[in-house]
Design a binder for this molecule. Sequence first.
Ligand SMILES: Nc1ncnc2c1ncn2[C@@H]1O[C@H](COP(=O)(O)OP(=O)(O)OP(=O)(O)O)[C@@H](O)[C@H]1O
Length: 700
Amino acid sequence: MSDKTFQAEQNHLQEVYDTLQSTFELIDKSLKENAKTAREFKQDSGKRTALNFDSYADNLDTFAAMETMNKQIDYYNLKQEQMETTKNKITRFLPAPYFARIDLKYPDESQEIPFYIGSAGFSPTPEDPMILDWRSPIADLYYNNKMGQTSYLANNRDVEVSVDTRRQFLLHQNKLDDIFDSDVAIQDPLLVKTLQENKSNQMGSITATIQSEQNVIIRDTDSQALLVNGIAGSGKTSVVLQRIAYLLYRYRENLVADDVLLLTPNCLFTTYINRVLPSLGEESPRQMTFQQLLDQFVDTKTEFEGNRSHVELLSQELPKLELDTNNFRNIKLNGKLLFGKTTIKKYFDQTPKTLTLKKRLTALTSTLISILENTIQRDSLSDEKQAELSELTESQQEKIFGKTITPSSDKQVQQATKLMLQWQFRKVSKVLSNMSWLNLPTIVDNLTKTNTKNKLDYAYANLYLKNLTNKSLRFVMIDEIQDYSLDQIKFLISAYPKASWTLVGDEFQSIQDSKTPLTFDQLKKVFEAHSIKVKQRDLVTSYRSSGPITKTFVSYGSPELINKVKIIQTNGENPQLFQSSDEDELFENIKSQIEQFSLNKLSAIITSETKESQNIVKYLDNPNIMVASDRSNLPEKGIVVLPLTLAKGLEFDNVIIANVNNSYYTGKVGSNRLYTAFSRASKKLFINSIDKFKPNYNFN
Ligand SMILES: Nc1ncnc2c1ncn2[C@@H]1O[C@H](COP(=O)(O)OP(=O)(O)OP(=O)(O)O)[C@@H](O)[C@H]1O
């Protein structure tokens, strides 16, 4: 890189930085002024439009004045909001305004045009796109590594261009540290530097160094279901998060964060990724674990103990179900029977038998609701109920109507009585519309021929019978898909029939004790059986772990895996094996291993279960060591002890495996557990065992 080019880029950076800073100052000033003007306006107009309700004409004048005033206040608020958004964006820009440049030559132009790409777009004037958003169509060329003649898709049109320069920058604020010009990136220098830099333990965005095979996943808008099979540390979670940000940008006209659901393996993981989307300037989507999602479909007061689910059976049997009286419940209010189950069954029998069961139940709901409404209407005319209204105390009136009332005409009395009755019957009304009159246990337990209630079965039956499908959810993203059962997948497909799916996982990280762990072939078949086409993409580059650690964990995958894997951080320390003769020696070994860790890094001791974690913490008796739980937040640095089920998905600089000679790590699932546990480490890996342990990979 010539000094002249470096200097020119340094000057450009300074110019952009100055513009950002002056825009920031300008906005900051305008924000304060706008807030002041709005405050003064409110005070001023408050005085001018002193409420005058003396006459009908005065009323109209006052309303008109209030309307104008409200519009003006809305305008001030909107302006304030827009300026706040720009200010926040610039605040995010200032530490690193952009990370790349791409020069394009259009066929009808004589000169190349340079475009700078950053984590958001910035144009001081509409004609001057000073920084392009990483999600813009032009930025796609940068990530695709294409040089020379090519094209990009903008507004559904192919735009022909020639890519002449592809440049990456390492910079901080207004200081350029390094420039890399790359044609087809064999080894991405910015990527290697980024991975070597000391990262915080919180997951960060990978915007500046997204690789082309990740880019196609992030920007895929054609596939109904996208299945990403990626080795540990290949960026699956990162890609999902970048993809969410991309989709929110691409469909910004009509997609909001709430239209996206992200299913995560555990709550600790949720806190770990929580920073990424806000740092990209996007709101986080709905995030939850599968169990939390199920809670929305069941009565959480029920105790669910059954481990085995029967979704396949239920999906075949429920549509053919013949309901009998015992499948309904009595509905009572304050001990008084309102609808008996025999009556409900009678109304059910009156619904057209030609309809599907679901439709008959919907029709029955409408019948029951209209019976209640008619009763309320009739009672609101009765002397008895109207007398009840007149006897309401002031505080009762406040509770029911939100204010005290003085109905002056017959009509007003009747309407108020009706409101009072609706209030009295509000719970019944909810029971009717929720279809809580269905006696679910008698249906589910009978079909599944078991009385240990399984949460998924109940959720599925509720979903099916009460028609709880959500047709508006647009995207479902599932991380660690290998840990789902076929029944869980079937449930999700039924719950979100209109969604597009992004499923990411790694078959070798299937760590649950299941006789029938999910295979990706089965997964594809389930989606295809529901007429959802699946596009599979593989990720085989290891970004997280050093070369020696990657080779070690990969040896617990399949024999051919090592030949497929690409390692970015080739160097690094070999993992170390420590053999102890008993538990005390093991704990002592762990104690001395910890002493080698800097407390400024995040390190983990991975165990097979919570009890083992507790024993270790007790023995080590060190205030710097904490036991992580599903409810705790992952600390920035220090040492955490946690079972593998919680460690999965997370990453640590240093990892100690508590004891690999443990029945937990035997058999096929045991190999997957070793693969998963070892692959949590990026730099140091210490493997402990009581007695002899022979690793698959000879690293010493
Ligand atoms: N293109 C990239 N540029 C920079 N860092 C990357 C890139 N891709 C992945 N990484 C980094 O690699 C690490 C692993 O990424 P991530 O956790 O997304 O992988 P994963 O496939 O979900 O892992 P696992 O399956 O083991 O949980 C993270 O630190 C992430 O920031």
